[in-house]
Design a protein around this ligand. Structure first.
Ligand SMILES: [Zn+2]
Length: 909
């Protein structure tokens, strides 16, 4: 999910599970006394029921004072209450119970290594009794993007202002108030915030009442929340404005800085429509009276799904007619769809522990596409989902990939499997009847509302439905060809999915056709750096719901389905066919390899009759053949041969996949001083046929945007000339002439090539109020080949004033693409590593992106050694991060790829 969900993990708790420290460390509390609890996970002998929280942030001094009363219930007799607290200065703590006539002061032991405190009770705490723990404390607002933090922004009069907001997922609620900070400890919350009169506040629940408490200070009190996890608690103190609309007794509001209120209407319409969709789809009402979506001026992730108070970065919520492109519209819609899905998946039903976070995230990403397909079919987001699957498979085919669910997992590694899960859910949905799938989800949400789940709960809920469904049907409909595969009348979803969740990577299916027989065989698909005679681990076995289409396919019967749950099998066709294509629309999570003759037949089919295959199937064939080139199963020349048909291709999905693959190769060879590869791509007349407008269907607009961006960056056709002309006109009008949004970035990029143009663009960047426009400008600014300017951009963004730090990973990504930039970007990352991980946290998407983009274009032994040595010199933990392992493996694969294909490439040129 293009980094949608905010998820960055505290580096202070690397192994949240099952850590047992040596005794001498256990004793090392801040006051030297023995800490009574040795584990990282909290004990379950005391559970929280309710929190009364009062906070008073001071935006001038950036300190805050807090007071919390936690009502707990005792499950097992104990003398201690263990809970979380991080960086809080505790000034007073008392304990009270219905049976006691007054509150008793209690001792608090702190154990910072685990972010835990222990409250030592004066008497034994009795089973079944409720106690109320009161704690007064103070702390500072954070200057990172995590916890209770502050950011500055310029208001409509260009005055600097402060805003305080929260980002608690996964482990930062404890830095705002002492709490049982684990997702399964759900409780109710009553939040009160004291603030200056001129500010306003928001929290998960609607505001009940505001009362004056001192001169110039008032207190806002919010309604009591539903039972929820601590990481979903949120509050904001700011001066934002909103527009609202009611639907089904819920008031939906979009909040932004006052000067950006003109850009929130699209978000409001979208949020209302999607909220209505989800309530119908899940058959469960959204349970709160209000839902706020807030654009925060400086925000690290894409968005965060806090219950009733979703926070976004501005580019993922605001939409401006004049400057937002067709793709920007898709992005905003997708992020809203994702975060709204979390209001059910994640908020209503929550994973019991972080190792099942993929349950939340995979489902939210999957639902995001389902919701958009149904609610906004004109956006054609099924093609975006296809792109996501391409991207995810590339990652999962590395040796550094891990099983989705594994027993011991560090928190930094959990967040990286979400997109795989979304792809697997699609495969499952296509395989079982759609109605059963939907009923399974509904069942799951109903069974576990306000509770916590493990992954088995999901498959069990699915199984209940699929079994029932099949029994009541009694016979098979066309859409459920799968039933043919069901043994003993039941389809065991759990058994099938476990082969995908518990093993790492995904399969390669090799198909050999002989007459009417199709011989299919599975093995693990792995882009390996080992020698050619490497054979895959024989123990890998997936239950693969194969799908295929043939030349004789009628729409009545197609696609065909076959469950491959053995290493190999033979499928008998009813009659001989001219061609066969597996993995229809790439709905399945596997790569397909054919025998030489069948590849040639498919390549020929593309040339003679491309529309015999769907656009997704065409895009898939391109992706599939380049994946096979990567593991040496198919020659690069054959893949290029397949691309020859592109002259006749007029759809975005195949074209953009082809250009993506070529860019990967181009980027590599360019860094080795080879050029002109792109000129060979047969886009010829397509480039000059494009109009520089926003006209046409969404698909035509995307096609134009993709083709022209590629053409201009590789100096093809008239692209550069036209773009430069348009930039000159725009500059001459002092930026008042409106540019077509879909080609805006291409025009800016052409303009940024001259010093004059670059300076002008920078001045426009600093004054623009549209984040969509600024985003395009920044990308253009970072595409210059002027080394001084590139360094200045990265440095300025790290400082975070003129260019916000939230843009930094994107800037580094753009800088890395150019020949002069890619070495600079890596130097910058090395030099500023400590600052980067302080600002963004290890394990954050920003850090993952930075590591990936600054290294993925290296293809020499010298760079390999340098990157390896650098990360190893940092720490064991850093060198074990998945993104670091992936970076190293990618360089090794690049070296190997060059060895294998450089000669062929030179010949082709
Ligand atoms: Zn999410």
């Amino acid at each position: 999910s293009y980094n949608i969900c905010s998820f960055f993990l505290s580096s202070s708790s690397p192994h949240p599970d099952r850590i047992q420290l040596p005794r001498n460390m256990i004793e090392n509390t801040t006051n030297g006394k023995r800490f009574p609890w040795a584990k990282n996970r909290l004990p379950s002998n005391v559970v929280p029921l309710h929190y009364d929280l009062i906070l008073q942030p001071n935006l001038t001094t950036t300190e805050f004072a807090g007071s919390v009363q936690i009502t707990v219930n005792v499950i097992q007799v104990t003398w201690n209450i263990i809970l979380h607290s991080s960086g809080l200065n505790i000034t007073k703590a008392t304990l009270t119970s219905a049976g006691w006539n007054q509150a008793k002061p209690v001792e608090v032991l702190e154990y910072p290594v685990h972010d835990q405190i222990a409250v030592v009770a004066p008497d034994a705490l009795l089973v079944g009794q409720n106690y109320t723990l009161s704690i007064d404390y103070s702390s500072n607002l954070s200057d990172t993007y995590y916890g209770f933090y502050k950011v500055s922004y310029k208001d409509e009069h260009a005055e600097k202002r402060w805003l305080a907001a929260t980002q608690f997922e996964p482990l930062a609620a404890r830095s705002a108030f002492p709490c049982f900070d684990e997702p399964a400890f759900k409780a109710t919350f009553l939040i009160k915030i004291k603030r200056d009169e001129q500010h306003s506040t928001l929290s998960n629940m609607p505001k009940n009442v505001t009362i004056p408490v001192a001169a110039g200070i008032v207190q806002d009190e919010f309604s009591m929340s539903l039972k929820m996890s601590t990481y979903l608690v949120a509050f904001i103190v700011a001066n934002l404005k909103n527009i609202s609309k009611e639907t089904n007794r819920t008031l939906v509001s979009i909040y932004a800085m006052p000067q950006k209120l003109g850009q929130v209407e699209h978000a409001l319409d979208t949020a209302v429509k999607l909220l209505e969709f989800y309530q119908k789809y899940f058959h469960i009402e959204y349970p709160l009276q209000k839902l706020d979506l807030v654009a925060i001026p400086d925000f690290q992730a894409g968005a965060m799904e806090n219950w009733g108070l979703i926070t976004f970065r501005e580019t993922t919520l605001l939409y401006d007619d004049k400057t937002s492109s067709a793709m920007d519209k898709k992005l905003v819609t997708a992020v809203i769809a994702h975060e709204l899905a979390h209001q059910w998946f994640g908020n209503l039903v929550t994973m019991e522990w972080w190792n099942d976070l993929w349950l939340n995230e995979g489902f939210a990403t999957f639902m995001e596409y389902i919701a958009m397909e149904r609610t906004f079919p004109e956006l054609q987001t099924d093609e975006e989902f296809l792109k996501l699957r391409f991207k995810t498979m590339m990652k999962d085919s590395l040796n550094a990939s891990r099983p989705i669910s594994s027993a011991v997992q560090s928190s930094e590694q959990i967040e990286e499997m979400f997109d795989t899960v979304a792809s697997l859910l699609l495969m499952l949905k296509k395989y079982i009847k759609h109605d059963s799938f939907q009923a399974g989800i509904e069942n799951y949400l109903h069974n576990h509302s306000y509770g916590s789940t493990r992954s088995d709960d999901l498959w069990d809920s699915m199984n209940e439905v699929t079994i029932l469904d099949i029994l009541s049907l009694g016979f098979c409909m066309i859409e459920c060809l799968c039933v043919l595969q069901i043994t003993n009348g039941t389809l065991d979803v759990k058994k099938l999915m476990k082969t995908w969740i518990l093993q790492k990577g995904f399969p390669l299916v090799t198909v050999k056709r002989k007459g009417k027989s199709l011989y299919v065989q599975q093995e693990r698909f792995l882009r390996s750096v080992e020698s050619e005679n490497w054979t895959s681990d024989a123990s890998y076995l997936w239950h693969i719901p194969l799908s295929y289409t043939t030349s004789n396919c009628s729409s009545f019967l197609c696609p065909y389905a076959y469950l491959l749950d053995q290493k190999s099998a033979t499928i008998e066709l009813q009659e001989e066919v001219k061609w066969v294509k597996f993995n229809v629309d790439m709905n399945g999570y596997y790569i397909v390899h054919y025998a030489e003759d069948d590849w040639n037949t498919l390549i020929n089919l593309l040339r003679t009759d491309p529309i015999a295959l769907s656009t997704k199937d065409r895009a898939h064939l391109i992706n599939n053949i380049f994946s096979l080139v990567g593991i040496g199963k198919v020659s690069l020349l054959k893949a290029f041969h397949l691309l020859d048909y592109l002259e006749n291709e007029n759809h975005t999905a195949p074209i953009s996949q082809a250009l993506f693959q070529l860019n990967l190769i181009y980027d590599l060879v360019e860094k080795r001083g080879m050029q002109n590869l792109a000129a060979r791509v047969l886009l010829g007349s397509k480039i000059d046929q494009q109009t520089w407008t926003d006209n046409g269907t969404l698909s035509e607009r995307e096609f134009r945007s993709t083709v022209l961006a590629f053409a201009c960056s590789h100096h093809l056709g008239n692209c550069g000339t036209t773009a430069t002309e348009l930039f000159k006109e725009w500059k001459a009008s002092n930026g008042t002439k409106s540019l077509p949004t879909d080609v805006m970035k291409t025009v800016f990029t052409a303009g940024a090539k001259t010093d004059d143009g670059w300076e002008f663009l920078l001045s426009m960047y600093t004054s623009s109020v549209s984040e969509a426009e600024k985003h395009k400008m920044l990308e253009a600014l970072a595409s210059t080949e002027d080394v001084r300017k590139l360094i200045w951009l990265m440095q300025t963004s790290l400082e975070g004033d003129l260019i916000r730090a939230q843009e930094l990973s994107h800037i580094i990504a753009t800088v890395s693409q150019s020949l002069p930039g890619h070495l600079l970007a890596w130097d910058f990352v090395k030099e500023n590593w400590e600052k980067l991980i302080r600002k963004f946290h290890l394990g954050s998407f920003a850090i993952q992106n930075i590591v990936t983009v600054s290294t993925f274009q290296f293809s020499t032994e010298a760079h390999l050694l340098e990157v390896k040595t650098f990360f190893e010199s940092k720490s064991e933990k850093i060198s074990q991060l998945r993104c670091v392992k992936e970076a190293i493996e990618t360089i090794q694969l690049n070296i190997k790829w060059m060895e294998r294909n450089l000669a062929a490439l030179q010949q082709w040129l």
